[in-house]
Structure formats: C-alpha cells, structure tokens
Ligand binder design. Structure first.
Ligand code: GRF
Length: 203
C-alpha cells in the first residue's frame, strides 16, 4: 500500500489515471496529497473534487519550497511521491528525503529526448525531427537532475509518417496512462530493487 503524494502543474490526466487504477484495484495505493506549483492547475481542481488534500506552492518564496513540501507530505502521511506533469525541479532536500521513493513520467524513451527544457510539445517535435521510428513513455526514479534517474518501466509506440507533435503526444499519453499505475504497483508490491543505480524487478 503506497500513500502517494502526486505533484502536478497542469491538465492532470496522469493523476486521473492513477486515481482510476486505485478505484479499479489495479493499484494498491491511496492518494493522500496533491501538490501543485500553481493555483490554477486543472489537476488541482480535480484533486479537490475528489476530496484529496491539496497544496499550491504559488506565493511561497522559492527558498521555502522544500520545507513547505516536506511539511505537507508529512502532515498527510505520504510515503511515496509521483510526479505527474510537474514542471519544476524538485528541491534537493525533498529528493534526499524521498530517495528511491519518488518517480516521474516522461513522454519519450529516456535517456533520449529528456533534460532541462524538454517537456510538452518540444519533446514530440524533437522525436519527429530526429526521424526516430519509435517513441514512448518512461517512468523513472527521480534524482537531482532532470529526467536522469534509473528507469523503472518503458513502453514504446510507433512514430507514424504523418505524425504531428499533437498526434504523437496523444499516442504516447495513452501508454502513459497504462504504465504509470503499473510502475507504481511494482513499488506497492515491493518488487523493485535498486542495485548499482539500476532497477531490478523481482518476479
Ligand atoms: C505528460 O505527458 C507527462 O509525461 C509529462 O507531462 C504531461 C502531463 O500530462 N511529464 P497530465 O497533466 O498528466 O495530463
């Protein structure tokens, strides 16, 4: 059983897919907190409508973000963090407090097409421009750098000849909604070992 804090910045479709998986008992977890960097994130409104405790960092000075995040996650008993479209770098103190207990989802096959500035439409533009035949989604552990932690789960989708960033993003988003709950369930079942910075999935 994971007690999840989900971090969001925008639309919140991954937050919804996680909540749905919990309802359908594909994921043994409870979302105990949702944190956003902006008050206006639709994801935050969804969380409120679900009765989940929410917190927005908007208006909190940046040097106080780590403390505010740790206070809110602790107050709600969160033991695992899932970043779901969260657009800010996580403060180092939070990474340290949740080491090996924090994951992110990225809309491409890391370690390619990731890193600072690689988010949203830009990712899919870069994939198409590269001529890659496949793209996909990656769930990875979070460390101090953007998109660099050990990979937990990946799933690929084809890149079609007539793809636009929007059509590719939509195809990738479908697999995101599958693999994020699946990856979280591996942690819930304690099937993840981390050896030499690599993930070993126990069967
Ligand atoms: C997803 O594409 C995710 O991979 C990326 O940000 C997007 C968030 O979408 N990190 P949503 O807010 O979950 O709908």
């Amino acid at each position: 059983m994971l007690r999840l804090a989900v971090f969001v910045s925008g639309r919140g479709s991954n937050l919804r897919s996680i909540q749905k998986a919990i309802r359908e008992r594909r994921l043994t977890a409870e979302i105990v907190a949702v944190i956003s960097n902006s008050d206006g994130a639709p994801a935050l409104a969804f969380a409120e409508s679900e009765g989940i405790p929410v917190f927005s960092l908007e208006g909190t000075p940046v040097q106080e973000h780590a403390r505010a995040i740790l206070d809110f996650t602790r107050a709600n008993g969160a033991d695992f963090i899932a970043l779901a479209g969260y657009m800010k770098l996580i403060p180092a103190e939070v990474v340290a407090a949740f080491r090996h207990r924090m994951v992110n989802i990225h809309p491409a096959l890391l370690p390619d097409f990731g890193g600072k500035g690689m988010y949203g439409r830009r990712v899919h533009e870069a994939v198409i421009a590269s001529g890659a035949a496949v793209s996909g989604a990656t769930v990875h552990l979070v460390d101090e750098e953007y998109d660099r932690g050990p990979i937990v789960l990946q799933r690929s989708v084809p890149v079609e000849e007539d793809d636009t960033p929007e059509t590719l993003a939509a195809r990738v988003l479908e697999v995101e909604h599958d693999i994020y709950p699946e990856a979280l369930q591996l942690f819930a079942e304690r099937r993840i070992d981390i050896i030499d910075n690599r993930i070993i999935i126990r069967s």
